[in-house]
Ligand binder design. Sequence first.
Ligand code: AMP
Length: 377
Amino acid sequence: MPFSKLGLSPALLKAISFQKYERAYPIQEVVIPAVLEKKDVLGIAKTGSGKTASYVLPLLVNLENVAATKNRHVKALIVVPTRELAIQVREVFQLFSSQLEHPIKTMAVYGGVSINPQMKAMMGVNILIATPGRLLELVESNAVHLSEIETLVLDEADKMLNLGFKEEMDRIFKLLPQKRQNLLFSATLSEDISGITEILLRNPVVLKIEEETEDLERINQLGYFVSEEKKGPLLRYLIKHNNMKQVLVFTSSTHKADMVTEKLCKNGIDAMAMHSKKSQETRERALNNFKRGNIRVLVATDLISRGIDIEFLPHVINYELPRSPKDYIHRIGRTGRAESSGEAISLITPEEAHHFKIIQKKMGKWVTMIDAESLEF
Ligand code: AMP
């Protein structure tokens, strides 16, 4: 469906056309009109479905009249599980607010960085994107007030619960006015999520985007049987031999991520590591360099993989397998997004072979395997 039929303003339609979005994704067709009508929404959809724009665009319409307020009462609150997602959501808000007549001030706040600059910059913010812990700290220091919130968005609510933010979320709910709009997005509908939706949502518009199978169809999956010692040389061979320009490599530990990165760099392949032990600044720098094509390889662990949103990422390589099949699907889903195709390669040692079989069985898809011994590298 064209965006012009969804009730958005001309300024937003112009910003959308700058992004070269040709038509609305299914989630956007449903969520945009619902948010404009101030309805509650329950969206079961994962990253890659277009869910961010589905709430960002209508919120900008709904909030255009509140722009330029000069106090610490934010009007819309987006709660997210990770700093990376906070930054990305803010970027989407900025992207689309560029053409608005009255600027809307957005800000992303998260822990792991100094709180003082965030406290100072909070004045006049209309839309706040926050991780739960830092949000509560800011409320406690009176840097922000939540009593005038018109819309609450919980993005990646399942991840928030997985990371143990339930208690913080409950505390946040208590700070909000009774009358408000609630939008909840989650990749899955677990029992815990149902518990939250029951207390939070009033007669919501519910939609479920079953994208995983479609996404998997777009991903060309390959596996290589290889010994542990030869994983490094094989990785470098694959990158060089196939002339891969932008590769996301997954390891299961931060230590391994650092090791792989170091080896790649030593062999003339520009790489950076991004994991929970790196400082926030380093993580942001790595992601930005990777997105801009300044480095060829980003080596990451699972914890932060949710936050990595890159359009047209062509290659994902599992240097090591994740523990759960769900994480495997999530990892390879970083490629083949936004309706483009991609390639996912897994390096499998004899010890990992059985586990990889289980993953394939759960995924319902068998991956073509190549014996690395047959290659000359
Ligand atoms: P999300 O699910 O919000 O993480 O979005 C996934 C990706 O799809 C992002 O890179 C967006 O820029 C892109 N995207 C979202 N909506 C559209 C659309 N209607 N047309 C083309 N790309 C889109």
